[in-house]
Write a protein that binds this ligand. Structure first.
Ligand SMILES: [Zn+2]
Length: 160
């Protein structure tokens, strides 16, 4: 779980992205979901692959409304977020056969939120020994699977 709650790591990612505005709202406003790795849009939430995944299949679920805190979301959005998290968990278990799955949120900058203004739920497949899965040298990650391949593998599970 350590990686979900490491503020320094998210500050690094935020600086890499040079965020202007809100990337989640940008995703929703854009038309090309495949180019933006948006897996699905529902009435209350959307699903997108993380551009800087901790493991293959790392995705995020975010509300269509720009809200920082869970309590600010309408009940329907809170409920759909959890329902889609369950769908994501099922998809990852079936497609990637991980040994476990982390599901978590970092709310507020002090909690490690890289994009503090727009909450998002991380869903991360985990394997025994995956701390060695990606080499972290000088903040550079090496991933064995291309994000476009991850997108192709997971997309069908969200359109069923
Ligand atoms: Zn936003």
């Amino acid at each position: 779980m350590d990686f979900l709650f490491s503020p320094w790591r998210y500050r690094y990612l935020a600086s890499v992205r040079e965020i202007e505005g809100c990337i989640f709202c940008d995703h929703l406003a854009a038309a090309d979901d495949a180019a933006r790795l948006v897996l699905a849009r529902y009435s209350q939430v959307a699903v997108v692959l993380n551009l800087y995944p901790y493991t293959n299949g790392h995705l995020m679920i975010f509300p269509c409304e720009h809200r920082a805190w869970l309590h600010e979301l309408p009940a329907a959005a809170q409920q759909q977020m959890l329902a889609i998290a369950a769908r994501a968990e099922s998809a990852l278990l079936r497609e990637y056969r991980p040994d476990g799955v982390n599901v978590g949120m970092n709310l507020g900058e002090a909690a490690g939120a890289g994009i503090a203004g727009h909450l998002h739920l991380h869903v991360v497949p985990r394997w025994f020994g995956d701390s060695n899965f990606m080499t972290v040298v000088g903040e550079t990650r090496v991933l064995p699977e291309d994000l476009s391949r991850t997108y192709q593998r997971l997309k069908p599970y969200f359109s069923e």
